[in-house]
Structures are given as structure tokens and as C-alpha cells.
Write a protein that binds this ligand. Structure first.
Ligand code: 5GP
Ligand code: MG
Length: 457
């Protein structure tokens, strides 16, 4: 999962990209990069770490130019090298191509192999590099035809922000897996994964980039084309459940209100006999609000989050077990002691952090712990850009709910059903991809990709 940003024709392009990425930090904490273009020269600055650590005033000043694109990257298993930091930049005979990509191409391995047979040399292991090759190879002189020709060869999930010299391009794949919105600031067009990035820079939200749409932003004008055959949408439902920021609107609807409705549905479907409702902060907070409200039970924040934990955190002692998890959240004994509590979690992935949390709640004196999860069991790997662990590591792919309950150590464990989850969504059910819950993959990945994802460990 990644966050992307683009702005064209603004004198503070790099600074605004920096701020935009700051707001999108939750979409990727591993690395960050910005590429700017002055009209003659391309500047690039990238690094491993958080946006605030990668860039300083000097870096922003170096990034001259009125066009900027930026990217934050999530840590994905096995590929965390400096080479893979985006935006991906190539120089070729006609200038530069810079790409910021969110999503996963399902035919990447196949297209790449075909290209390598024909002599292409790849610098990275990223599927996004394929897009650069396709654009550079195209013999079309008209940029719209060039981009269309390249994109028609892609399959799978891609929200893209691309700079082709002084042209800024934004696009979403025809299924629309990942979000991308369009805004305006001081007359300059802005593209961002989520509206929270527009809010921070005080850009006005204009609309979402539509599934299958490509926008070309050039000299302050925007042209839009939709060259793909019409197809069903497959918006990622997990964006609403966990990934996006609650203050964002994605797919044109607010995330917070959707999570709250998930909690309400959860209380209707799987109520709990309890003295208080509490979330596992922060991700369980919003469903927790809806759950408590629907159940008519008091909502307490029974665990407090330490907000000052960076990635460079050093394990201080071998003697404090599970330190990483513990330092992040500390339970409040006086709230929990002797109580029957319902804890609300947005999702269970491996079950390992939940297990540690529950243990600390028990130590704090909770009498009964009833866990309610605001989505169904995650059973299938995602091929469209969410970096779930392998099928082996997704606890619900191979264990019964009773087994998971026992592993996590709660008195009862219930999940929201797929039907109720879809009821809570702000869009029609047919708009969503629910493959991680039901294995119905809208586009089957090519063999190599599914083998890699299923076997990776
Ligand atoms: P588990 O108990 O399965 O180890 O962890 C569950 C927690 O992971 C939940 O609180 C959920 O918010 C969080 N989570 C869900 N999806 C993702 C993801 O893709 N990446 C990360 N880092 N956390 C996730
Ligand atoms: Mg969480």
C-alpha cells in the first residue's frame, strides 16, 4: 500500500508535495520520495524512513520546479531496498518519466518477462518500472495515444501520478481499486491518494479521478480521456475498514462515518454482554464508537497510546518481553479492573498483536474480554496492493474462529459477516472488491505473482 501525490504549476510545488506526503504517511512508513521538474531539469530526493525524517529544509530548497510528484512506500516483505524507493525516475531520449504508483499490477511478471526477452534491462524489482518501459518504448508521438497504448497493456490495480516532462498525468485502473482525488490550489491542479492531503495544504477538493480515467494536466489545463472498455468496479473495501485515514473521503464517501456504521452493524449482529466497550487504538476507535452507541453501553478508552514511537526504536532490554507492542499501548487498571469488556478491533491479520494486547488487559484485571471485529475473517491474500502476509500467516486462512479465539485468549470472539459489512458501506455492494474475505478475485493474477504471494514467507 502506498500514498501518491502530484501538483503542477505551483511555485511551492516541492513544499506542498512534502506536506501532502506528510498527510499520507499512514499509507507508507518505509520510504518517501519527491521528484520535481523545472522545465529543464529534473530533481529527485528520496530516502528510507518517515517523510519528516527524509526531507529537511535544504532538501526542499534543492527540489526546484513548479511540478512535483511524491510517493510514500509501505514496508513490503523482502523488497525493502533503497533502489525500490519511488517515484521511479528514468531519463530517455525525449526527456524524463517519473512514476508514483499505488497498487499492484497482476500481469507484471508476464509483461516483464516479455520485455526482458526483447532486451529490456530492469533496475528494480518493482512492477511500476514496467510502466516506464512501456511509455519509453511507445512510438506514438501524441502523448494521449502514447499513454493509452501503454496503459492498455496493464492489468490489475494502479492509481498513478506520472510526470512526463512538463505534463502531469493522473490515472486509476478501470476497476478503481485504489483511490485518487483531484483538487485545486491557487489555480494549480493537485492529485492525491486521499482528501486528507488536500485538506492539509488547503486545496479545494474537485472530484475523484474516475475508474478507467486518465487526466492530462498541462499548462494549467486538464484534459480527461477514458480509453478502456467499461468494466465492473472493484473498490478496495479494506481502504474503508483499515487503510485510509478516517478524516478522508475516499470513493467520494467519508471513512470515519463508514467505520462507525461498521461498528453499529457489528453491535446488531454480534452484541456482547459487557460493562464497557473499548477500542484497540487507534484503528478500532471508530467502529468502537458505533458499537457502543448501538449497544447503549458506555465507551471507554481503556488503553492509552504513546505517540512518540519512531521506527528507529531500539529494543532496550531482552527482559521486557513484547516491548514493542507494550510501549505503544498501556492499559488503565482503574478503568478495567473487575470489568466485563468488549474490545473492538478493525481486523485481525496474524492475531499476534491482539494476543499480546489481550494478555495485558488480563493483567490489568479485566474480568471478561469479548472481542468483536468489524470485518469478516481475512482468509485470502491480496493481489492488488495490500501487503497482507502470506496465506500461511493470515491466521483465519487456516484456523477456525474457535481456534483463533483460543490463540488470542479472549472469552468470546465474533466477526462481522460479509453481508453486514457490505450493508455498512456507503456504496452499492457491487462496487467493491472483497477478495481478501471471499477469494473472489476480479482479475486473476498471472501464475508467477500468485505463486510468489502464496509462497512468500
Ligand atoms: P494482529 O492481531 O492480527 O497481529 O494485528 C491486527 C492489527 O493489525 C489490527 O489492529 C489492524 O488495525 C492492523 N492491521 C490491519 N491491516 C494491516 C496492515 O495491512 N498493516 C499493518 N501494519 N497493520 C494492519
Ligand atoms: Mg489496529
Amino acid at each position: 500500500m502506498f500514498g501518491i501525490f502530484g501538483i503542477s504549476r505551483h511555485k511551492d510545488a516541492a513544499r506542498l508535495a512534502y506536506l501532502g506526503l506528510y498527510a499520507l504517511q499512514h499509507r507508507g512508513e518505509e520510504s518517501a520520495g519527491i521528484i520535481t521538474y523545472t522545465g529543464r531539469k529534473v530533481n529527485s530526493y528520496k530516502g528510507m524512513g518517515l517523510v519528516g525524517d527524509v526531507f529537511d529544509e535544504k532538501a526542499i530548497k534543492l527540489l526546484r520546479g513548479s511540478l512535483a510528484i511524491g510517493h510514500v512506500r509501505y514496508s513490503t516483505t523482502g523488497s525493502s531496498t533503497a533502489k525500490n524507493i519511488q517515484p521511479f525516475l528514468v531519463n530517455h531520449r525525449k526527456g524524463h518519466i517519473a512514476i508514483a504508483h499505488n497498487g499492484n499490477l497482476t500481469n507484471a511478471a508476464k509483461v516483464r518477462r516479455q520485455m526482458e526477452i526483447k532486451g529490456s534491462i530492469f533496475q528494480t524489482t518493482m512492477d511500476s518500472e514496467i510502466i516506464a518501459h512501456l511509455l519509453a518504448k511507445s512510438k506514438e508521438t501524441d502523448y494521449k495515444k502514447k499513454v493509452t497504448e501503454a496503459f492498455l497493456q496493464l492489468e490489475g490495480a494502479y492509481s498513478l501520478v506520472i510526470s512526463l516532462n512538463d505534463l502531469l498525468i493522473g490515472s486509476r485502473d478501470p476497476q478503481g481499486w485504489r483511490p485518487l482525488c483531484l483538487g485545486k490550489l491557487d489555480g494549480a491542479f493537485v492529485l492525491a491518494s486521499e482528501t486528507c492531503a488536500l485538506d492539509l495544504i488547503q486545496a479545494e477538493y474537485i472530484r475523484d479521478i474516475e475508474p478507467g480515467e486518465i487526466v492530462f494536466i498541462h499548462k494549467g489545463r486538464l484534459e480527461s480521456i477514458k480509453p478502456f472498455p467499461k468494466t465492473n468496479h472493484a473498490f478496495c473495501i479494506f481502504e474503508y475498514i483499515y487503510f485510509a485515514r478516517p478524516d478522508s473521503n475516499i470513493f467520494e464517501k467519508n471513512v470515519y462515518l463508514t467505520r462507525k456504521r461498521l461498528g453499529q452493524q457489528l453491535a446488531i449482529e454480534c452484541p456482547a454482554d459487557c460493562d464497557l466497550v473499548m477500542p484497540i487504538p487507534d484503528s478500532g476507535t471508530y467502529a468502537g464508537v458505533g458499537f457502543a452507541e448501538q449497544l447503549g453501553v458506555v465507551y471507554e478508552i481503556g488503553m492509552i497510546r504513546n505517540h512518540y514511537i519512531g521506527r528507529t526504536f531500539i529494543q532496550p532490554s531482552q527482559f521486557i518481553r513484547d516491548f514493542r507492542v507494550k510501549v505503544k499501548l498501556n492499559p488503565i487498571r482503574d478503568v478495567l479492573k473487575g470489568k466485563r469488556i468488549a474490545i473492538i478491533e478493525d481486523s485481525i491479520v496474524r492475531g499476534t498483536t491482539s494476543r499480546i494486547r489481550v494478555k495485558t488487559l488480563r493483567q490489568a484485571g479485566a474480568k471478561e474480554i469479548h472481542m468483536r471485529v468489524s470485518c469478516p475473517p481475512l482468509r485470502f491474500p491480496c493481489f492488488y496492493g495490500i501487503d497482507f502476509p502470506t496465506k500461511k500467516e493470515l491466521i483465519a486462512s487456516s484456523h477456525s474462529i474457535e481456534c483463533i479465539r483460543n490463540f488470542i485468549g479472549v472469552d468470546t470472539l465474533e466477526y462481522l459477516s460479509k453481508d453486514r459489512m457490505l450493508d455498512a458501506m456507503p456504496l452499492a455492494r457491487c462496487e467493491f472488491c472483497t477478495a481478501c474475505f471471499d477469494g473472489n478475485y476480479p482479475i486473476k493474477p498471472c501464475k508467477k505473482m500468485s505463486k510468489d504471494i502464496l509462497e512468500r514467507s
